[in-house]
Design a binder for this molecule. Structure first.
Ligand SMILES: O=c1[nH]cc([C@@H]2O[C@H](COP(=O)(O)OP(=O)(O)OP(=O)(O)O)[C@@H](O)[C@H]2O)c(=O)[nH]1
Length: 624
């Protein structure tokens, strides 16, 4: 028996489910639908950053999955099915899109992010109607999405790992299956449960009703009628040239009760939606979640910066969990203000909040305390005190150029040397970032053939230490401006071998460069305009012996790779603004960096990724 009459409309059609998900198969066959399963081969690798909302990403992925199957089946048999259904489920939290974890660590990262918090689950669905026109595939696509909100309980590490070890997370969006063991992690669900499992059956039935049973004036039981959709409900993706109309089999709208076919024009399609009972509701555009998050994003950054500045994370690492009133006392701030800040930090996933009070998340313990080995506290404080001001004048910089913006923000072009304090702030920021990426830069290529290296603009020596650790034969010179070198001592790690590292003051544009087989430029070139970059590379090239090398690390995209992660793509996308405001430099792609090295006499130029953030380019000095 088929409960839903609209499902019955598909019974005499060749329906294909373009999905390998056993859950989707189960949901649809439980609903009485008969279909063939043809899993899609479409690789889920669309660039997330290019979509305005997470739902738009899910819908597009679903569409590509279904179209791939329709095209493949048509190509194989020259006969596509009548209908192809595709779906894609994603989890979103704090602007991040989570799909299926790639391994246990990835599952752990996802579940820790969801732990104790609310997130959204979106399933994008497409219904593709196919037909053959003179041997060519004609498709019409109807798409929609459903959002469900899920709240996770506060879960212990032990429980998370036990769950991960069960193997259940691996083929599930967000790393959990709400229908099985994962149900135990969930405190509440708002919206369609089946949407979380992978297919929003209710919304799907409403769409079928809209397609097959449009309402007739005065007929509340339109859903019972055997009528055909208005073509305008579809996006026409036909590969038939000039084929804007629908397949006659689908395009004939059928007449409403009592009307003679062709006697009256069909009702003009309007911005309306019809539910299962034929009731008409206003059709609204997709909710602009991504845009709203962008508009509010600055508040999130400011909350993080402020909590760092007030050393909230230090206090909680040393003494947490603590109630707001105790934290307020320890950071010397008002109880009300501290309470609000802590609430915000908890909502942003920086703090856990339990009955015992607030405590640091793992990320906060690692990166937001002021003195940890992986601390990015200096970067937060520098961004808050300097970069924030500068960005408030972005409009000026866009209109009139960077100098005016820097002037308005009270910064000299020579930003570092206003005082020892600002120099130290800058160095702390760079130190945190360099330590984060040093290992990836040092190991992107095998550098063991070199016995001496000079890190130009090497700042606190964070990369130099990593190079010396990785290559025991290597002697490393850190070459930087005298003000920097003067303060570098404060950043030297205790107990690490320093005899292989020396610090030399100087300006790499004017002073003699220390002799070395390998010259390193890590995150230096983007600060400078082309003429300065050529000048610097000419100097390096003339110092470098044949067989020696130059290693450039920059946050550069490799043109041939699709931007893998949304966050990385966004960071790279924002780089030009930083370059505009902070100096006359600009970001350069990996290919452009390679061309630069070749132009300055380096050969065998190779590019390698260094973690999520950087690309490393290595060139070898050819004989002149
Ligand atoms: O609570 C649950 N949440 C999610 C799921 C399952 O997760 C996957 C989502 O992945 P995707 O949409 O990419 O679909 P695939 O399984 O890769 O199949 P396709 O061939 O359609 O790409 C989905 O299987 C959900 O059912 C869950 O089970 N519980």
């Amino acid at each position: 028996m088929v409960l839903c009459p609209v499902i019955g409309k598909l019974l005499h059609k060749h329906v294909v489910l373009a999905s390998a998900s056993p859950r989707r198969q189960e949901i649809l066959s439980n609903a009485g639908l008969r279909f063939e399963v043809v899993p899609s081969r479409f690789k889920e690798k669309l660039c997330k950053a290019s979509f305005p909302t997470p739902s738009a990403y899910a819908v597009e992925t679903a569409k590509q999955k279904a179209l791939e199957v329709a095209r493949r089946m048509h190509q194989k048999d020259l006969r596509a099915p009548d209908v192809v259904i595709g779906a894609d489920t994603i989890v979103t939290i704090g602007g991040l899109i989570l799909e299926k974890p790639v391994d246990k660590q990835d599952a752990y990262r996802m579940l820790s992010r969801l732990n104790g918090k609310e997130h959204s689950v979106f399933t994008g669905v497409v219904i593709v109607h196919c037909s053959d026109r003179d041997g060519r595939l004609h498709t019409e696509v109807l798409d929609f999405y459903e959002e469900t909100t899920v709240k996770f309980s506060e879960l212990s590490e032990e429980l998370l790992w036990e769950y991960i070890d069960s193997g259940e997370p691996m083929d599930k969006a967000g790393g959990y299956g709400i229908q099985a063991l994962g149900g135990m992690l969930v405190e509440h669900v708002r919206g369609d449960f089946l949407n979380v499992v992978g297919f929003p059956l209710n919304h799907f039935c409403k769409k079928l009703a809209q397609l097959y049973c449009p309402p007739c004036p005065g007929d509340a039981w339109g859903a019972e009628r055997d009528s055909i959709p208005a073509v305008d409900t579809f996006e026409d993706l036909s590969d038939v040239e000039g084929g804007g109309g629908s397949d006659p089999a689908w395009g004939d709208r059928g007449s409403c009760g009592g009307e003679e076919a062709g006697a009256a024009p069909p009702p003009a399609p309007g911005p309306r939606d019809t539910d299962l009972n034929g009731a008409v509701e206003e059709k609204r555009p997709p909710f602009p979640t991504g845009l709203l998050e962008l508009m509010e994003g600055f508040k999130a950054s400011k909350a993080l910066f402020t909590a760092c500045k007030l050393n909230v994370f230090d206090v909680l690492r040393d003494q947490g969990p603590l109630k707001a009133v105790d934290i307020a006392r320890k950071i010397n701030a008002s109880v009300r203000g501290t309470g609000r800040l802590l609430e915000a930090c908890a909502a942003l996933g920086l703090l856990h909040k339990t009955d015992a009070g607030y405590s640091n998340t793992e990320a906060a313990d690692l990166h937001l305390v002021s003195d940890g080995a992986h601390s990015l506290h200096g970067l937060a404080v520098y961004n808050d005190s300097h970069v924030w001001d500068l960005f408030t004048h972005l409009d000026l910089a866009a209109r009139d150029g960077a100098e005016q913006a820097r002037g308005a923000a009270g910064m000299k072009a020579d930003r570092l040397f206003q005082s020892a304090e600002t120099t130290l702030l800058f160095m702390r920021a760079m130190h945190g970032l360099s330590k984060l990426t040093a290992r990836d830069v040092a190991t992107a290529f095998d550098l063991s053939r070199f016995t001496s290296a000079c890190d130009l603009g090497g700042c606190t020596g964070a990369l130099a230490h990593e190079l010396a650790r990785e290559y025991p034969r290597l002697q490393v010179t850190v070459f930087d401006l005298p003000d920097i070198i003067e303060h570098a001592r404060a950043f030297q790690p205790d107990g690490q071998r320093t005899e292989h590292i020396r610090f030399v003051p100087g300006d790499f544009f004017t002073d003699a460069l220390p002799r070395a087989q390998l010259y390193v430029l890590s995150r230096v070139l983007h600060d400078w305009p082309d003429d300065r970059v050529h000048h610097l590379l000419t100097r390096i090239s003339s110092c470098c012996e044949p067989g020696g090398g130059v290693l450039v690390a920059e946050a550069a995209a490799m043109e041939e790779e699709e931007a893998a992660a949304a966050a990385a793509a966004r960071r790279r996308g924002l780089q030009p603004l930083g370059a505009l405001l902070l100096g006359a430099g600009r970001p350069r792609s990996a290919r452009e960096l390679g061309q630069l090295l070749r132009r300055h006499g380096f050969r065998d130029v190779r590019v390698a990724p260094a973690g999520d953030l950087l690309r490393v380019v290595l060139g070898t000095r050819a004989a002149p």
